[in-house]
Design a protein around this ligand. Structure first.
Ligand code: UFG
Length: 337
């Protein structure tokens, strides 16, 4: 039987795409998710894409008994850990909830892995650990600086993993620092689906395109960037998902790593709006408003390390991100069932 990989947060936006990529690479993904921030119908949609239903464990990473049971029921060869809160603003308002889930839950997961003798882990980190970087494109060697509790939880988890790997060399850990995931699966069956008003740019633009929201607020046009608006390194979620498979392959050879996953190319907010307009053939109204507190001018990944250590290279461009996002949004509008 194919190796089973436990994917915490496997029903979420990134998780669901990782599950598909694992399946395509010949692994058997096992979803572990509490469905707090995931749609209930994701497993059914995954079954449609993969032609086989994934195993699903409804559970919370803060529940040790549930994790232990998962490891007893499945012979897990590795874990991809994606179950975490990720909204910067919310983390400022509710820091304890962030430490509880992102740090406490993670500690719990590591304990359960140790008890089960499973010491292979891909950890979802973030470009946010760079704070306001001195250098762009930003290399993995850049200092870590937290700008908010969310970022602090990612730094703490990275440090926990460093200490763990020093103490016990049997652990094989891949730390993946994501830049800005965007787009949806080519099938239009899974994608990003924020329940409320989106915090992030791409889903916000998408909802303006459908007419669900009136206009995009561009948070500042006085940054030191070519057009004054914030620049980010958007990476297609299917490319990002494939990065996890490459990471696992290295871990199976005992090669731990810490790498950026981005494209190395940044786009401004206005470029993103223009690209989405091209994909939809619709005019998307926007207005320039004040900067959002805590935002940095530019995030852009230095990508050589991921290329050299994992063989990772993002294959899909901005137009594909926008087109797939739009196809997903339209499928939602049609009810897609
Ligand atoms: N922006 C707008 N209007 C919006 C939303 C965003 O102008 O309505 C701008 C932001 O100011 C920023 C850019 O669009 O310049 C991207 O903002 P996002 O909120 O989409 O993404 P962030 O870069 O702020 O944050 C995301 C994730 C974090 C992660 C970070 C790493 O939400 O978890 O990427 O780059 F840490």
């Amino acid at each position: 039987m194919a190796e089973q990989i436990l994917v915490t947060g496997g029903a979420g936006y990134i998780g669901s795409h990782v599950v598909v990529a694992l399946h395509e690479a010949g692994y058997t993904p096992v979803i572990f998710d509490n469905f707090n921030n995931a749609r209930r119908d994701v497993p059914v949609r995954l079954a449609q894409i993969m032609g086989t239903a994934p195993s699903v464990i409804e559970g919370d990473i803060r529940d040790s008994a549930c994790l232990d049971q998962a490891f007893q029921e499945h012979e897990v060869g590795g874990v991809i850990h994606l179950a975490a809160h990720k909204a910067v603003g919310e983390s400022v308002a509710k820091p304890l909830a962030y430490f509880d889930n992102n740090v406490g839950g993670f500690l719990n997961l590591l304990g359960a892995m140790e008890r089960a003798g499973c010491k292979r882990l891909v950890f979802s980190s973030s470009a946010t650990v760079y704070g306001e970087p001195d250098e762009t494109p930003t290399p993995e060697t850049a200092p870590r600086r937290a700008m908010n509790p969310y970022g602090r939880t990612k730094i703490i988890c990275e440090e926990m993993l460093q200490d763990l790997c020093t103490a016990d060399p049997e652990w094989a850990v891949g730390v993946l620092r994501y830049f800005n995931p965007a787009g949806a699966h080519g099938s239009a069956l899974i994608g990003e689906d924020p329940a409320d008003i989106p915090n992030n740019l791409m889903p916000y633009i998408a909802k303006v395109a459908t007419g669900a929201l009136a206009k995009i607020s561009v948070f500042g046009n006085d940054y030191d960037t070519p057009d004054g608006t914030g620049v980010r390194d958007y990476i297609h979620v299917e490319d990002l998902a494939e990065g996890h498979v490459l990471s696992l392959a290295q871990l199976r050879q005992g090669n731990g790593h810490l790498v950026n996953l981005g494209t190395g190319r940044g786009y401004s907010v206005l470029e993103m709006i223009a690209a989405y307009q091209r994909a939809t053939n619709r005019q998307l109204p926007y207005e320039i408003v004040a900067r959002r507190e805590g935002d940095v001018p530019i995030y852009c990944a230095k990508t050589e390390k991921a290329r050299d250590l994992l063989g990772f290279e993002a294959k899909r461009g901005l137009d594909e991100m926008c087109a797939s996002s739009w196809a997903w949004m339209q499928a939602q509008e049609r009810g897609n069932d």
